[in-house]
Each structure stands twice: as structure tokens, then as C-alpha cells.
Design a binder for this molecule. Structure first.
Ligand code: ZN
Length: 67
């Protein structure tokens, strides 16, 4: 007896727009809440604003992506 797969499922997650943004820092500014970091995608030019609480902290997206 052989078992056949019911369906062929593509490996990997859903692909949206076929593009993973590659953020580059355009500028950053010190504020009372930490650093506000302006980033831009090198691939498509989309922009986003991140907030970084301290120099070693992981930047958190503050704004949505602006195309
Ligand atoms: Zn992009």
C-alpha cells in the first residue's frame, strides 16, 4: 500500500508583494522617549518610522509603512 499526499503545499509562508523590505537608516533624532529612527527601503523606497528606547534596544515600528 502506498500513501499519496492529498495536496501539494508550497513550502514557506505567504508571499506578499514578492518583496521583503530592506530598511536603511536615513536619519535619527534623540527625543525624550529615546531615538526616533527614520528608515527607508532600499528596494522600493517605502518609508517607516521606528522608535528605539536606547542605543542597544531593538527598534520598534512607530508608524505604518508609507509608500
Ligand atoms: Zn521595500
Amino acid at each position: 500500500m502506498t500513501t499519496t499526499a492529498a495536496a501539494t503545499v508550497p513550502v514557506g509562508g505567504p508571499i506578499e508583494l514578492g518583496h521583503e523590505h530592506g530598511w536603511m537608516i536615513e536619519s535619527r533624532h534623540s527625543t525624550s522617549q529615546g531615538w526616533v529612527v527614520y528608515v527607508r527601503c532600499a528596494g522600493c523606497g517605502a518609508r517607516r518610522v521606528d522608535v528605539q528606547e536606547s542605543a542597544g534596544a531593538i527598534p520598534v515600528p512607530y508608524s505604518g509603512i508609507v509608500l
